[in-house]
Design a protein around this ligand. Structure first.
Ligand code: SAH
Length: 223
């Protein structure tokens, strides 16, 4: 892809992206590290060309395979909650990379990022998109994230981009002391979940609940 395409023009321009950042501020996102990362990722390259004009709207967009690219506010909100009190992300695992949008934002904030995705063609798109942005330090794997990523554990941060009825035990086990895990919790069948943050302190996990959100379900197995 050539430079103007990456930079974007018209509805995909830097100006449109700046408006998205202003909207995130109005919605309460205050961590400048998060806002800077969000401002530097061209979301339009992650969506299909026909949807590029809507890439900076604050909405989830279809990815194919019945999956969606996450809403910018929710991406910003989850990462901000992981980074409160000046905390940095450290070694991070993302479950449900989709075509790599949130992974790109996370990659701006940490040098150690692992991401897993269960649908192989989506993972291939994530790989291509991240390479285009020269984010070559992200390690992607085709796997079922319910099992975490044993070979790279423990993680300081785990972020799950799909809704689970309960926290997968393997993810809690792979959280380093002092680590944080965020995921949308609640039955996908009801269509609504709550963002839940788990903090690992001396072998126990403190849970705090935040916004009501809507995510696609965390499924089992790979395809
Ligand atoms: N992070 C993406 C969100 C994609 S939607 C973004 O930035 O837009 C959630 C993704 O989670 C889907 O691609 C879906 O295939 C994936 N997913 C669902 N269950 C999973 C599982 N058990 N392991 C890995 N990925 C999973």
């Amino acid at each position: 892809m050539n430079a103007p395409t990456l930079r974007g023009i018209g509805m995909t321009s830097q100006r449109t992206r700046s408006r998205m950042i202003e909207r995130l501020r109005e919605q309460g996102i205050a961590d400048e590290r998060v806002l800077t990362a969000m401002a530097s990722v061209p979301r339009h390259i992650f969506v299909e060309e026909a949807l590029a004009s809507r890439a900076y709207d604050d909405t989830a967009l279809p990815l194919g395979f019945q999956q969606t690219i996450s809403q910018p506010f929710v991406v910003a909100r989850m990462i901000e909650l992981l980074m409160t009190s000046g905390r940095s992300l450290g070694k991070t695992l993302e479950i449900g990379a989709g075509c790599g949008y949130q992974a790109a934002v996370l990659a701006m904030l940490t040098r150690e990022l692992f991401a897993v995705e269960r649908i192989e063609p989506l993972l291939a798109r994530a790989r291509k998109n991240l390479a285009q942005l020269r984010l070559n330090h992200v390690r992607l794997k085709h796997a079922d994230g319910n099992w975490g990523l044993t070979e790279a554990a423990p993680f300081d941060t785990i972020i799950v981009a799909a809704a689970a009825a309960s926290v997968p035990q393997a993810l809690l086990e792979q959280l380093a002391p002092g680590g944080r895990l965020i995921l949308p919790l609640g039955g996908a069948s009801r269509g609504e979940q709550t963002l839940s943050l788990f903090e690992h302190n001396a072998g126990s996990f403190a849970e705090t609940r935040f916004d009501v959100v809507r995510f696609v379900p965390l499924l089992a197995g790979v395809e």
